[in-house]
Design a binder for this molecule. Structure first.
Ligand SMILES: [Zn+2]
Ligand SMILES: [Zn+2]
Length: 312
Protein backbone atom coordinates (compact mmCIF):
# COMPACT_ATOMS: atom_id res chain seq x y z
CA UNK A 1 0.00 0.00 0.00
CA UNK A 2 1.69 3.12 -1.21
CA UNK A 3 1.13 6.87 -1.06
CA UNK A 4 0.99 8.66 -4.39
CA UNK A 5 4.54 9.92 -3.70
CA UNK A 6 5.76 6.30 -3.62
CA UNK A 7 6.42 6.05 0.12
CA UNK A 8 4.70 3.54 2.39
CA UNK A 9 1.20 4.64 3.32
CA UNK A 10 0.24 4.99 6.99
CA UNK A 11 -3.32 6.20 6.57
CA UNK A 12 -6.31 5.71 4.34
CA UNK A 13 -8.46 8.83 4.09
CA UNK A 14 -11.86 7.37 3.34
CA UNK A 15 -13.67 10.58 2.41
CA UNK A 16 -11.07 11.25 -0.28
CA UNK A 17 -10.26 7.64 -1.12
CA UNK A 18 -6.58 8.51 -0.70
CA UNK A 19 -3.64 6.62 0.82
CA UNK A 20 -1.14 8.86 2.59
CA UNK A 21 2.41 8.38 3.89
CA UNK A 22 3.58 10.01 7.11
CA UNK A 23 5.06 13.07 5.40
CA UNK A 24 2.14 13.67 3.03
CA UNK A 25 -0.35 13.18 5.87
CA UNK A 26 1.37 15.72 8.13
CA UNK A 27 1.68 18.20 5.28
CA UNK A 28 -1.98 17.78 4.34
CA UNK A 29 -3.13 18.50 7.89
CA UNK A 30 -0.96 21.59 8.23
CA UNK A 31 -1.99 23.04 4.89
CA UNK A 32 -5.63 22.34 5.60
CA UNK A 33 -5.41 24.21 8.89
CA UNK A 34 -3.67 27.09 7.12
CA UNK A 35 -6.46 27.17 4.53
CA UNK A 36 -9.13 27.15 7.24
CA UNK A 37 -7.48 30.08 9.03
CA UNK A 38 -7.17 32.05 5.80
CA UNK A 39 -10.63 31.18 4.47
CA UNK A 40 -12.35 32.49 7.59
CA UNK A 41 -9.97 35.36 8.29
CA UNK A 42 -9.27 33.95 11.74
CA UNK A 43 -6.09 35.98 12.30
CA UNK A 44 -5.19 39.52 11.34
CA UNK A 45 -2.04 41.57 11.74
CA UNK A 46 -1.86 43.03 15.21
CA UNK A 47 -3.65 40.09 16.83
CA UNK A 48 -2.60 38.59 20.13
CA UNK A 49 -3.66 34.94 20.10
CA UNK A 50 -4.30 33.18 23.38
CA UNK A 51 -3.87 29.45 22.83
CA UNK A 52 -6.14 27.45 25.13
CA UNK A 53 -4.06 24.42 26.07
CA UNK A 54 -5.53 21.46 27.92
CA UNK A 55 -2.64 19.08 27.33
CA UNK A 56 -4.82 16.92 25.06
CA UNK A 57 -4.15 16.07 21.41
CA UNK A 58 -6.38 18.68 19.83
CA UNK A 59 -5.32 21.79 21.72
CA UNK A 60 -1.68 20.68 21.47
CA UNK A 61 -1.96 20.25 17.69
CA UNK A 62 -3.84 23.56 17.33
CA UNK A 63 -1.18 25.37 19.38
CA UNK A 64 1.66 23.72 17.48
CA UNK A 65 0.32 24.51 14.00
CA UNK A 66 -0.77 28.05 14.94
CA UNK A 67 2.71 28.65 16.32
CA UNK A 68 4.25 27.14 13.20
CA UNK A 69 2.29 29.56 11.01
CA UNK A 70 2.42 32.73 13.11
CA UNK A 71 5.41 32.17 15.41
CA UNK A 72 7.67 34.09 13.07
CA UNK A 73 5.31 37.01 12.45
CA UNK A 74 6.41 40.25 14.05
CA UNK A 75 2.88 41.63 14.27
CA UNK A 76 1.15 38.58 15.80
CA UNK A 77 1.72 37.63 19.42
CA UNK A 78 1.13 34.26 21.05
CA UNK A 79 0.47 33.25 24.62
CA UNK A 80 -0.95 30.10 26.19
CA UNK A 81 -3.61 29.60 28.86
CA UNK A 82 -4.55 26.45 30.78
CA UNK A 83 -7.49 26.12 33.11
CA UNK A 84 -7.25 23.92 36.18
CA UNK A 85 -10.82 22.79 36.88
CA UNK A 86 -9.77 20.68 39.82
CA UNK A 87 -10.35 17.22 38.39
CA UNK A 88 -7.71 14.96 39.87
CA UNK A 89 -5.40 13.42 38.88
CA UNK A 90 -6.46 14.06 35.28
CA UNK A 91 -5.94 17.83 35.23
CA UNK A 92 -2.68 18.23 37.13
CA UNK A 93 -1.15 15.74 34.76
CA UNK A 94 -2.43 17.45 31.64
CA UNK A 95 -1.39 20.94 32.77
CA UNK A 96 2.13 19.70 33.39
CA UNK A 97 2.27 18.60 29.76
CA UNK A 98 0.75 21.82 28.46
CA UNK A 99 3.32 23.82 30.40
CA UNK A 100 6.20 21.76 29.03
CA UNK A 101 4.89 22.07 25.48
CA UNK A 102 4.40 25.84 25.69
CA UNK A 103 7.96 26.10 26.99
CA UNK A 104 9.20 24.06 24.05
CA UNK A 105 7.46 26.47 21.68
CA UNK A 106 8.80 29.46 23.63
CA UNK A 107 5.32 30.79 24.42
CA UNK A 108 4.46 32.34 27.82
CA UNK A 109 2.09 30.03 29.66
CA UNK A 110 -0.53 31.03 32.24
CA UNK A 111 -2.51 28.72 34.52
CA UNK A 112 -5.77 29.78 36.19
CA UNK A 113 -7.70 27.55 38.54
CA UNK A 114 -11.28 27.16 39.67
CA UNK A 115 -9.98 26.89 43.20
CA UNK A 116 -8.47 30.38 43.03
CA UNK A 117 -11.35 31.94 41.14
CA UNK A 118 -14.37 30.26 42.69
CA UNK A 119 -12.91 28.73 45.88
CA UNK A 120 -14.29 25.40 44.68
CA UNK A 121 -13.17 22.59 42.40
CA UNK A 122 -15.14 20.38 40.02
CA UNK A 123 -14.26 17.38 42.22
CA UNK A 124 -15.83 19.12 45.22
CA UNK A 125 -18.99 19.87 43.26
CA UNK A 126 -19.15 16.25 42.09
CA UNK A 127 -19.24 15.06 45.68
CA UNK A 128 -22.20 17.36 46.31
CA UNK A 129 -24.25 16.33 43.31
CA UNK A 130 -26.16 13.16 44.04
CA UNK A 131 -25.63 10.05 41.97
CA UNK A 132 -28.15 9.99 39.16
CA UNK A 133 -28.30 9.43 35.43
CA UNK A 134 -28.01 13.13 34.79
CA UNK A 135 -25.19 13.68 37.30
CA UNK A 136 -22.36 13.49 34.77
CA UNK A 137 -24.30 15.68 32.40
CA UNK A 138 -24.90 18.32 35.05
CA UNK A 139 -21.29 18.24 36.13
CA UNK A 140 -20.01 18.55 32.57
CA UNK A 141 -22.24 21.62 32.14
CA UNK A 142 -21.05 23.15 35.43
CA UNK A 143 -17.45 22.66 34.49
CA UNK A 144 -17.82 23.74 30.86
CA UNK A 145 -19.62 26.98 31.71
CA UNK A 146 -16.92 28.00 34.18
CA UNK A 147 -14.06 26.94 31.91
CA UNK A 148 -15.34 29.02 28.98
CA UNK A 149 -15.96 31.93 31.35
CA UNK A 150 -12.46 31.83 32.78
CA UNK A 151 -10.76 31.39 29.39
CA UNK A 152 -12.58 34.41 28.01
CA UNK A 153 -11.99 36.58 31.07
CA UNK A 154 -8.31 35.75 31.43
CA UNK A 155 -7.58 35.99 27.70
CA UNK A 156 -9.13 39.46 27.70
CA UNK A 157 -7.22 40.53 30.80
CA UNK A 158 -3.99 39.33 29.17
CA UNK A 159 -4.73 41.55 26.17
CA UNK A 160 -5.59 38.77 23.72
CA UNK A 161 -7.75 39.53 20.69
CA UNK A 162 -8.24 35.89 19.68
CA UNK A 163 -8.81 32.78 21.73
CA UNK A 164 -7.61 29.68 19.87
CA UNK A 165 -9.48 26.49 20.75
CA UNK A 166 -8.66 22.90 19.82
CA UNK A 167 -12.14 21.88 18.63
CA UNK A 168 -11.94 19.43 15.73
CA UNK A 169 -14.46 18.53 13.03
CA UNK A 170 -16.12 15.89 15.22
CA UNK A 171 -16.60 18.37 18.08
CA UNK A 172 -18.11 20.93 15.74
CA UNK A 173 -20.41 18.47 13.95
CA UNK A 174 -21.59 17.18 17.34
CA UNK A 175 -22.17 20.71 18.63
CA UNK A 176 -24.14 21.58 15.50
CA UNK A 177 -26.38 18.53 15.91
CA UNK A 178 -26.79 19.12 19.64
CA UNK A 179 -27.85 22.72 19.10
CA UNK A 180 -30.27 21.49 16.48
CA UNK A 181 -31.71 18.81 18.77
CA UNK A 182 -32.04 21.23 21.68
CA UNK A 183 -33.33 24.04 19.49
CA UNK A 184 -30.63 26.27 20.95
CA UNK A 185 -30.52 28.81 18.14
CA UNK A 186 -28.63 31.42 20.13
CA UNK A 187 -25.78 29.01 20.62
CA UNK A 188 -26.04 27.69 17.07
CA UNK A 189 -25.73 31.28 15.85
CA UNK A 190 -22.52 31.67 17.81
CA UNK A 191 -20.99 28.68 16.00
CA UNK A 192 -19.60 30.87 13.23
CA UNK A 193 -15.95 30.21 12.37
CA UNK A 194 -14.91 33.61 13.66
CA UNK A 195 -16.93 36.22 15.53
CA UNK A 196 -17.77 39.09 13.20
CA UNK A 197 -16.84 42.67 14.03
CA UNK A 198 -20.47 43.70 14.28
CA UNK A 199 -21.20 40.96 16.81
CA UNK A 200 -18.11 41.84 18.84
CA UNK A 201 -19.12 45.47 18.88
CA UNK A 202 -22.63 44.65 19.99
CA UNK A 203 -21.14 42.67 22.85
CA UNK A 204 -19.06 45.66 23.91
CA UNK A 205 -15.78 43.85 23.22
CA UNK A 206 -16.31 41.72 26.31
CA UNK A 207 -16.11 38.42 24.45
CA UNK A 208 -12.82 37.50 22.88
CA UNK A 209 -13.35 36.07 19.41
CA UNK A 210 -12.79 32.33 19.53
CA UNK A 211 -11.06 30.66 16.61
CA UNK A 212 -10.94 26.94 15.87
CA UNK A 213 -8.19 26.16 13.37
CA UNK A 214 -8.89 22.39 13.55
CA UNK A 215 -12.61 22.69 12.80
CA UNK A 216 -12.11 20.90 9.47
CA UNK A 217 -9.82 18.17 10.80
CA UNK A 218 -11.59 14.91 11.79
CA UNK A 219 -10.89 13.66 15.29
CA UNK A 220 -9.00 10.55 14.19
CA UNK A 221 -6.76 12.63 11.94
CA UNK A 222 -6.02 15.02 14.77
CA UNK A 223 -5.13 12.00 16.91
CA UNK A 224 -2.92 10.51 14.19
CA UNK A 225 -1.22 13.87 13.64
CA UNK A 226 -0.40 14.17 17.36
CA UNK A 227 0.88 10.60 17.36
CA UNK A 228 3.04 10.98 14.24
CA UNK A 229 4.48 14.24 15.57
CA UNK A 230 5.31 12.47 18.85
CA UNK A 231 3.53 15.03 21.05
CA UNK A 232 3.59 14.18 24.74
CA UNK A 233 -0.13 14.34 25.38
CA UNK A 234 -2.63 13.03 27.86
CA UNK A 235 -4.61 10.20 26.31
CA UNK A 236 -7.26 9.75 28.96
CA UNK A 237 -10.51 11.66 28.97
CA UNK A 238 -12.18 13.73 31.63
CA UNK A 239 -14.06 11.32 33.92
CA UNK A 240 -17.06 13.67 33.98
CA UNK A 241 -17.65 13.85 30.22
CA UNK A 242 -20.75 12.07 29.01
CA UNK A 243 -24.44 12.47 28.45
CA UNK A 244 -26.33 13.05 25.24
CA UNK A 245 -23.21 14.30 23.44
CA UNK A 246 -21.85 10.76 23.47
CA UNK A 247 -25.01 9.41 21.86
CA UNK A 248 -24.83 12.08 19.16
CA UNK A 249 -21.13 11.29 18.66
CA UNK A 250 -21.82 7.57 18.15
CA UNK A 251 -24.70 8.31 15.80
CA UNK A 252 -22.61 10.65 13.64
CA UNK A 253 -19.73 8.16 13.62
CA UNK A 254 -22.06 5.43 12.32
CA UNK A 255 -23.29 7.75 9.57
CA UNK A 256 -19.75 8.75 8.67
CA UNK A 257 -18.71 5.11 8.39
CA UNK A 258 -21.51 4.33 5.97
CA UNK A 259 -21.40 7.67 4.19
CA UNK A 260 -17.89 9.14 4.24
CA UNK A 261 -17.96 12.93 4.29
CA UNK A 262 -21.04 13.21 6.53
CA UNK A 263 -19.19 15.21 9.19
CA UNK A 264 -18.01 17.76 6.64
CA UNK A 265 -21.56 18.03 5.33
CA UNK A 266 -23.04 18.64 8.77
CA UNK A 267 -20.60 21.45 9.50
CA UNK A 268 -20.80 22.83 5.97
CA UNK A 269 -24.58 23.01 6.15
CA UNK A 270 -24.42 24.78 9.48
CA UNK A 271 -21.88 27.28 8.14
CA UNK A 272 -24.21 28.07 5.25
CA UNK A 273 -27.18 28.43 7.58
CA UNK A 274 -25.31 30.54 10.12
CA UNK A 275 -26.34 33.98 8.82
CA UNK A 276 -30.02 32.92 8.81
CA UNK A 277 -29.80 31.28 12.22
CA UNK A 278 -28.21 34.42 13.62
CA UNK A 279 -30.97 36.60 12.22
CA UNK A 280 -33.66 34.42 13.77
CA UNK A 281 -31.78 34.03 17.04
CA UNK A 282 -31.18 37.77 17.35
CA UNK A 283 -34.90 38.43 17.43
CA UNK A 284 -35.13 36.59 20.69
CA UNK A 285 -31.71 37.64 21.95
CA UNK A 286 -31.51 39.57 25.14
CA UNK A 287 -29.18 42.51 25.46
CA UNK A 288 -25.66 41.80 26.69
CA UNK A 289 -25.14 43.37 30.09
CA UNK A 290 -22.59 43.06 32.83
CA UNK A 291 -23.10 40.54 35.58
CA UNK A 292 -24.02 42.22 38.87
CA UNK A 293 -21.58 40.04 40.82
CA UNK A 294 -18.49 39.69 38.64
CA UNK A 295 -18.89 42.30 35.89
CA UNK A 296 -18.41 39.77 33.10
CA UNK A 297 -20.76 39.80 30.07
CA UNK A 298 -24.11 38.13 30.63
CA UNK A 299 -27.59 38.02 29.16
CA UNK A 300 -29.06 38.10 32.65
CA UNK A 301 -28.49 40.12 35.80
CA UNK A 302 -26.33 37.37 37.28
CA UNK A 303 -24.22 35.34 34.85
CA UNK A 304 -24.45 31.55 34.59
CA UNK A 305 -21.02 31.06 36.13
CA UNK A 306 -21.84 33.15 39.20
CA UNK A 307 -25.17 31.37 39.50
CA UNK A 308 -23.49 27.95 39.44
CA UNK A 309 -20.17 28.68 41.13
CA UNK A 310 -20.53 31.75 43.29
CA UNK A 311 -23.99 31.14 44.71
CA UNK A 312 -23.91 31.09 48.51
ZN1 LIG B 1 3.42 10.58 0.38
ZN1 LIG C 1 -20.93 36.77 37.07
Amino acid sequence: MKCKCGRRAVYFRRYEGALLCRECFIRSIESKVKRTIRKHGMVRKGDTIALAMSGGKDSTAAAYITHKIFGGWRDVELLAISIDEGVEPYRTDSIKRAKAFAKELGIPHHVFSFREEFKKTTDQISRKIQDSDSATNVLCTYCGVARRYLLNKKARELGATRLCMGHNLDDEAQAAMLNYIRGDLARAGRMEAVTSWSTQKRQGGLFISRIKPLREIPERESALYAYLKGFDILESHCPYAGGIRFEVRDFINRLEFKHPGTKFNILGTFDKLNPCIKRVARNGESRIMKCRICGEPSSREVCKTCELWRAP
